[in-house]
Structure formats: C-alpha cells, structure tokens
Design a protein around this ligand. Structure first.
Ligand code: SF4
Length: 512
C-alpha cells in the first residue's frame, strides 16, 4: 500500500499510485462498454461545430448543467440573516444535506438547517406528523428565537399546506402559540434560489408587518439579496452607510453567521437582523434592494405598505456605485462625503493604470441575473467586451436590461444575451465564438478544461478557491477587487503564453 501512517498522501497524488491505476483499468475492462475512441473523438469534434450549436439551441425539453439551484436553498440563505433564526425545510433530509454542504463549502462555515425528515410514508399520507414532531424537536433542541419553514419539491407535489400544518403543530403544543413561525412555499420545480430568497423575505416581512400601522421615519432598509459575496458586501454596504451617516437596517443580514470567529465557542446563530429591527423596519422611509431580480415580490410588498421601493442591479463599478450613493443621498438628504469621492477617484485611477491590458478583451459570463448585469456594466466601463452573457434564471425583462447596456456602449456591439440557457449552451458558444476569458462560478472549470477558455471565478458557488466571499464586489472598493481578480488572470495567461526560454520569453516581463 502506498498509503501508511508515515507517508500520508493527498488524494490528488494517492490515486496516481500503481495499485489505483490498475484498479481503474480493471473497472474499465469489467464494467464499461464504451464505443471506440475514433467514434468518440468524431462525436466530440462534431459537438464543437456551428451545426451542433444550432441543434443545441433548439433543445426544449432538457436542461444540461443549469447555473442555478432550487428555491429552498434561497430560502435557507435568507432565513439565516435573521437573529437566532433556524431554517426548517419541510421535506427530506437529503435536500437539506445539499443546502448545508453547498453553503459550508462556499463559506467554509458550518451551516445550520433542519428538515422535517419526510420519507416514503409522509410522501403518501402527507407530512403533518413530521411537522408536529419536527417543530417540537427543533424548538426544544436548538432553542431558536424564530423558526422559518420552507418546502421542498416533495412537499409541494403532495400539496402540504404550511399554514394549516403550523397551526395544527401549535395547537398540539410543538411550539407556543405566540412563537414566530413565518413560512413560505418554495416549490423547487419553478423559479430558482433567487425566487426562494424573495418568497422567504416577503414572508418574514409580512409576518411582522401585516396589520400593523406604519409611522414613516427617517431610517432606510437595505436588502442585499442572494449573493455569494454576502459577507464582504454587507460589511461594505454598512461602511458606506455609516460614512454617509445614514440610519439603516439591513434586512436578512447573514454576514456574521457565515464568518464566525474561531475562538473556541460554537455559534449556531450569530449576528443577523434582530426581530425587533425587523418589526421596526416597517416604518422605514424606503427599502433599497441591491438585486432587483432577486427581490421582486419583497419589494412589491414594501411598496404596498407605503415605503419607497428602489431596486438596483448589483451596484458594481463606477456608474453602479454612483447610482447607489446618489439614490441613498436623494432618499435621505445626506450628501456623499469627500472620503467616498476620493475612493471613486482612486478606482478611476486604477482603471486607467490597467486599461491597456483589459481594453478590447472578450469575455463570456454567466450567473444570477443581477450579478450578470453588474458585471456587464463594469466590463463595458473597462472597455472590455462581454460577448456572451448567460443566465439560466434570467427572463425576458432581464434580457432587455442587458441589451440596453450593450446598446449604450460602443463595446457592446456584437455582444449577445442569453436568458434561460444553461452551461451546455455556453459550451457551444465558447467553441463557435471563442472569447479570451470566462467569468462564472466553480462549475465553469469544466468548461475551462473542455474549451480552453481561462476561468475567472466570480459567482456562487466558488468551492475550489478560498475566502473570496470575504471581499466585497460592490462599491468602489468592490470594483477594485473585481478589477484585480480579472487582471490577475490576464497576467497569468500572458505569462503562460510567453514562458518558453529563448523562444517566447521576449515578453516574460517582470514589470507590467
Ligand atoms: S430540487 Fe427538489 S429534490 Fe432537489 S434539492 Fe431541491 S427540493 Fe430537494
């Protein structure tokens, strides 16, 4: 055995040892019945052609590798943004294991969430008993201040009614009558994680605001939306608001629970918008969302109680941040301080310093609708060309917004937007209309390997790089981070292409 107590190999090296290579070969001989390698190669080459691209884009009843997740994942993401709140997913343990592992792998933090543990009998007879027992157990064992209930596709397919189930559970004494148990139906087979976030936020606001009288005050509410950079972005947002002296409440503030310190104390809940703040948020002057397509219903609800509702499309780059600060200044009457004007100038300077390297570079990008809008706007500002912009959970309205960004810039000519398409469509685009770089989440590494397009990791989830979520992507500081990530990849590629000694190293420069 290559592996022993004195010589512990990392798995990346372990499986290259002879006994494992032999095992893989045996498996192939015994269990696979592949077609010949010539045939395989012929088909592989055909899938790179315009002819195949046309067929690929005609496909209607099949999605391959979508860049989205299901609604309950978004529900959990939103729920942990409230003080002491436990996400309770009415469905199977397997779904919840997926949400927990997804978040833990991205944020490198434990992610607490429980399920009602539905199995075959619940799927046939309904999950009421699971709700009664589950709420009682969750309340007794994890002592949350609030429990939010959402649903998986199984609970939705059999039509479990959360409102009556929670009432019945309360009547049976699972939790006290007056205990806060807001809920949202989050059917996984429609929408995506951003719909689940939206439904959940609306349900929590409704739970605390419905039937209450609003006395308009001076503070404003801010909503970040489903965002892989939530830790860095929410902290950056708070910094901007504090610099402007704005009284505010961040709704669904999950920045602390996914960045708890290692000081010997496990925190199942940390930080979050307090329940009192959430109640008081009804009286805010306005609610400002950073992600329009992630908060459509919640913002409609905020407007319906009399607040001004303003939604942005992830304020990245110069103009995106300008709009954010100017909206805050307009709503509150507080001016933008000199310190932020200086930050703007520094970002402009950084863009000018690097413009020669990024100008004219072609990009393909995919992700959530607002992330794609923010990135597209910033790339155009940099003089780059976002040639393919794709969002699996984007719709017609999103498509039009991206197109109007293209139309407003000379660099948007020849760029195209793709709503509702998946990463297999993106593969066809990369083979038939190649670009210099791909921007997307970790799943893009398969496209990188397949098509040879270098991947810049920006999005959710990012599993195979650490700690990016601690850095903001919004605001002038966030734009600087994104600029550096893009430039690092451009220089890595430039070095990789010019590193053969005495042949191509004429541009293997140490100064750029
Ligand atoms: S799609 Fe359905 S089965 Fe899959 S994780 Fe989501 S809720 Fe569970």
């Amino acid at each position: 055995m290559s592996q022993n107590a004195d010589n512990i190999l990392d798995h990346a090296n372990l499986f290259r040892e002879p006994e494992y290579l032999q095992m893989f070969e045996n498996k192939k001989q015994q269990f696979e019945d592949p077609c010949g390698s010539d045939e395989l190669e012929k088909i592989r080459e055909w899938t790179k052609t315009p002819e195949y691209r046309e067929l690929n884009f005609k496909r209607e009843s099949l999605t391959v590798n979508p860049a989205k997740a299901c609604q309950p994942l978004g529900a959990v993401f939103c729920t942990v943004g409230f003080e002491g709140t436990l996400p309770f997913v009415h469905g199977s343990q397997g779904c919840v294991a997926y949400y927990r592992s997804h978040f833990s792998r991205h944020f490198k933090e434990p992610s607490s969430c429980v399920s009602s543990s539905m199995t075959e009998d619940a799927a046939v007879f309904g999950g009421l008993n699971n709700m009664i027992d589950g709420l009682a157990n969750a309340y007794a064992m994890y002592k949350p201040k609030m429990i939010h209930v959402s649903t998986t596709c199984m609970a939705e397919v059999i039509g479990d009614d959360l409102s009556s189930f929670i009432k019945s559970a309360k009547a049976k004494g699972s939790v006290p009558e007056e205990y806060d148990v807001p809920f949202a139906h989050t059917p996984a087979f429609v929408g995506s994680h951003i719909t689940g976030y939206d439904n959940t936020l609306k349900s929590i606001l409704q739970h605390f605001w419905e039937g209450k009288e609003r006395t308009p005050g001076e503070a404003i509410n801010l909503v970040m939306g489903f965002d892989g950079y939530t830790v860095g972005n929410i902290r950056e947002l708070k910094r901007l608001l504090n610099l402007m002296g704005v009284k505010h409440t961040i709704l669904a503030d999950n920045s602390d629970v996914w960045d708890t310190p290692a000081d010997g104390t496990f925190r199942m809940y940390d930080g979050g918008t307090t329940l009192e703040e959430t109640k008081q948020a009804l009286h805010a002057k306005a609610t400002l969302s950073m992600q329009e397509f992630c908060t459509e219903k919640a913002m409609e609800y905020a407007a319906s109680v009399g607040q001004e509702a303003v939604a942005l499309n992830l304020p990245m780059g110069l103009q995106g941040t300008d709009r954010l600060l100017m909206e805050i200044a307009r709503i509150t009457g507080n001016p933008v301080p000199l310190e932020l004007e200086k930050e703007r100038g520094r970002l402009t300077d950084a863009i000018a310093d690097s413009s020669a390297h990024i100008h004219g570079k072609k990009f393909a990008l995919y992700g959530d609708p607002d992330l794609c809008l923010g990135l597209t706007a910033f790339l155009l500002e940099l003089g780059a060309e976002p040639v393919h912009v794709l969002s699996t959970n984007g719709g017609k309205a999103w498509e039009e917004k991206v197109q109007s960004l293209f139309d407003a810039s000379p660099f948007g000519k020849g760029c195209h937007v793709y709503a509702g398409k998946d990463l297999w469509h993106m593969r066809s685009l990369l083979f038939t209309e190649p670009v210099d770089f791909l921007i997307g989440n970790t799943y893009g590494k398969y496209l990188e390997r397949d098509t040879g397009t270098p991947l810049i990791r920006i999005g959710f989830p990012v599993f195979d790089r650490h700690h990016h979520h601690r850095y903001p992507v919004i605001g002038y500081q966030g734009a600087l981070n994104v600029l550096v990530w893009i430039l690092d990849k451009i220089f890595d590629e430039l070095d990789r292409n010019t590193n053969v000694p005495a042949k191509s190293d004429y541009s293997f420069d140490i100064i750029r």
